[in-house]
Ligand binder design. Structure first.
Ligand code: ATP
Ligand code: MG
Ligand code: MG
Ligand code: MG
Length: 437
């Protein structure tokens, strides 16, 4: 338990106070990354703030604050995916090699695929993505009717890839969380509509997070298919090179263009400007590539078997978290998309033994009245009870962790009309508020 008992036995409080002194956030201010590893701002800040801890190259402990943040991100993703009819499932991470041999990706994936054998010497891989798994699931079902289409299945699970160069913390790991959705439709036209609705859901998701992503034409890589877009978050450390036309709506990953890199291939007049991005999402229209090979069919209106049209849609869950921190933070402190901050508010009581000692009780009252009057703050307000430290030191910590709001309960709290200072860290503004009791 990271919490203390309620202050008063007579209080009607149902929740104990969340105390900063009890939160497991082991900050590591010196060593960042593993020896020889490439690090970046988000990795440094996340390790220093006790959000992640390196285990081996590309593998991390996600510490409690990160898990809180991820759970919030998952909730928003669930809302958007279910908003377009997505149904959540969970597929095995241990994937049978047979499936991957059927799709021919057992060889195509090369060293990126983590391969292993069970005690009977049967081959498996640790799922890097699940087109084979989901398509064979549908193939096993003989009663799927066109009336059930479009069918959108998704999961949010750990994926495994033996990256040649894991680096930049959660931005490129050997294991990471991905949201992968797969769609099944009755016709090419319907599949394009589904594709479009997923792209719109992605756009809504990034807008809600306050991330200005660009949707660019992309290569289909070893996933295959005909049409593909990436959602890229502009950032200098991004590993993808993007070309955006200054004149029309054209934007593409450099990988898709063979020549003509300065002149826009769409409007023919505009000049293409190059920038860098972090790939946070990727959508593919697959057609019948997998459904044909695995015989994923449905009963069409003529009551005949018909091969389904597919799409697949990835979101880098842990990458989104790190990428948001990468682009929003300052060198000194994390700034979160408001929806994803592990805790929304941190209340700072005065230093122990200071003249305004009485304000300490007030600070604790404030924590509870905030959670009681504002339901969305329930479980979201922490009390920095490390009162042996000065307010200044604790403010610095609060800035490093990036609570959207910090409330300082000091001198003003014991005046006739009690007031305290509210600091909005996102906008770096502060205001005085009066407390009504
Ligand atoms: P990249 O080009 O960065 O290697 P990818 O194109 O191989 O990514 P996809 O197969 O399109 O990745 O997977 C869907 C999403 O999963 C990506 O858009 C990205 O956000 C995320 N992702 C892919 N690889 C990693 C990784 N090693 N670590 C964290 N997230 C990743
Ligand atoms: Mg890759
Ligand atoms: Mg890519
Ligand atoms: Mg990709």
């Amino acid at each position: 338990e990271h919490v203390a008992a309620p202050a008063s036995p007579h209080s009607t409080r149902t929740r104990p106070t969340l105390l900063v002194s009890r939160l497991y956030q082991p900050s590591n201010l010196r060593d960042v990354g593993l020896p020889g590893e490439m690090t970046c701002r988000s990795q440094r800040l996340m390790q220093q703030a006790g959000l992640i801890h390196p285990s081996s190259p590309g593998c991390f402990y996600y510490l409690p604050a990160t898990v809180r943040s991820m759970e919030k991100l998952v909730r928003v993703i669930d809302q958007e995916m279910q908003g377009i009819g997505g149904q959540k499932l969970d597929m095995p991470s241990l994937c049978s090699a047979d499936l991957w041999k059927t799709s021919e990706r057992w060889d195509l994936m090369g060293k990126e695929l983590f391969r292993l054998k069970d005690r009977h010497e049967v081959d498996y891989c640790l799922g890097p993505t699940h087109e084979e798994a989901v398509t064979t699931l549908i193939a096993h079902q003989t009663t799927l009717s066109y009336r059930q289409l479009p069918l959108l299945l998704y999961q949010i699970t750990k994926k495994f890839r033996d990256e040649p160069k894991p680096k930049f913390g959660l931005l490129r790991g050997k294991e990471f969380y991905m949201k992968d959705m797969y769609s099944f439709d009755m016709s090419e036209e319907a599949a394009y509509q589904t594709y479009e609705s997923v792209c719109q859901a992605y756009t809504r998701l990034f807008t809600r997070l306050g991330l200005r992503c660009v949707q660019v034409q992309a290569d289909t890589g070893n996933i295959g298919g005909k049409l593909s877009h990436e959602f890229q978050l502009p950032a200098d450390i991004g590993e993808d090179r993007l070309l955006v036309c200054g004149n029309c709506s054209f934007s593409a990953n450099v990988e898709t263009l063979t020549s003509d890199r300065c002149r826009c291939p769409q409007c023919k007049t505009g000049t293409l400007v190059e920038s860098r991005g972090i790939e946070v999402g990727h959508t593919f229209y697959l057609g019948k590539k997998y459904s044909y090979v695995f015989s994923a069919t449905f009963n069409n209106p003529q009551n005949k078997y018909s091969v389904a049209e597919m799409g697949c849609y990835g979101l880098g869950v842990t990458r989104i978290l790190a990428a948001a921190i990468e682009v929003m933070s300052t060198e000194e402190g994390i700034r979160w998309p408001g929806l994803l901050a592990p805790y929304q508010v941190c209340v700072l009581p005065p230093k122990k033994g200071s003249k305004v000692g009485e304000a300490a009780a007030l600070a604790e009252d404030l924590v509870h009245s905030l959670s009681e009057t504002l339901p969305h703050l329930r479980g979201e307000v922490v009390l920095d009870d490390r009162t042996q430290m000065t307010i200044g030191k604790r403010l610095k910590d609060a800035s490093r962790l990036g609570y959207p709001y910090v409330i300082v309960v000091g001198q003003g709290a014991v005046e006739e009309r009690p007031r305290f200072e509210v600091i909005c860290q996102q906008t770096a503004t502060s205001m005085r508020k009066h407390l009504y009791r």
